[in-house]
Design a protein around this ligand. Structure first.
Ligand SMILES: [Zn+2]
Length: 96
């Protein structure tokens, strides 16, 4: 049965972005936001463009930003990771 938590719009395609976390890591932390636990990974240099869910503007290639995903996604950790979003660092801070 579909759930509301899975209904967030994907701006582009269903294809998940490549796993570029390992080579561009700038530190990972777990943060609590709205009662939900999120893994927040800092990306020093984005490998491609993303659309920030905070301001709906482009996160430019090469820009430092953060990628965040739920640690307690009801669809499981793998699904939560596949549903991760890239944010401008400032937008993520503001959204908290
Ligand atoms: Zn933004």
């Amino acid at each position: 049965m579909p759930t509301s938590r899975r209904s967030r719009r994907r701006p582009y395609s269903e294809e998940p972005p490549p796993l570029d976390l390992e080579r561009a890591t700038g530190g990972r932390s777990t943060q609590s936001r709205g009662g939900e636990e999120w893994v927040v990974q800092r990306i020093r240099e984005g490998a491609k463009e993303y659309v920030c869910p905070g301001c709906h503007q482009t996160v430019a290639v090469g820009a430092e930003h953060v990628v965040a995903w739920r640690t307690d996604g009801i669809m499981g950790a793998a699904a939560a990771l596949a549903d991760r979003r890239h944010w401008h660092s400032s937008c993520w801070q503001r959204a908290r």
